[in-house]
Design a protein around this ligand. Structure first.
Ligand code: HEC
Length: 94
């Protein structure tokens, strides 16, 4: 599968992004548009790119959101590593 990503700062960041991407396609894709090529999702969940592009979105706001269970979102019980990977992936879509 071809995957084009911006040049990465460190191997850790590269690993986070690919982990984050596979977590997103496994768990988040049913509701969110998680990658640019994706065409199907629910219409009430914002796309990851739209979330990433909001001026108020920072790693901290995303991490806080993913750390608590949300009424509309299933409780994922994400580990710290999984949250970090998802945050890195979402912000890479900016
Ligand atoms: C069952 C559907 C569903 C799934 C699965 C889901 N989401 Fe969501 N998500 C939503 C909806 C609907 C919203 C918007 C309404 C809200 O804020 O509750 C949302 C909002 C969000 C937001 C906040 C956007 C904002 O307004 O700031 C983030 C971040 C997010 N989701 C991340 C994720 C991640 C990461 C996953 C996968 C681990 C995921 N979601 C899986 C339905 C879902």
């Amino acid at each position: 599968m071809a995957l084009t990503l911006a040049p990465l700062a460190s191997p850790t960041a590269a690993q986070d992004l690919s982990v984050g991407r596979s977590l997103a396609t496994r768990w988040c894709m049913a509701c969110h548009v998680v990658e640019p090529e994706q065409t199907m999702a629910t219409d009430n969940a914002p796309s990851f790119r739209a979330i990433a592009s909001r001026p108020g979105t920072t790693p901290e706001t995303l991490d806080r959101y993913l750390s608590r269970s949300h009424t509309l979102m299933p409780d994922f019980m994400l580990s710290l590593q999984e949250r970090n990977a998802l945050v890195a992936y979402i912000l890479s879509l900016r």
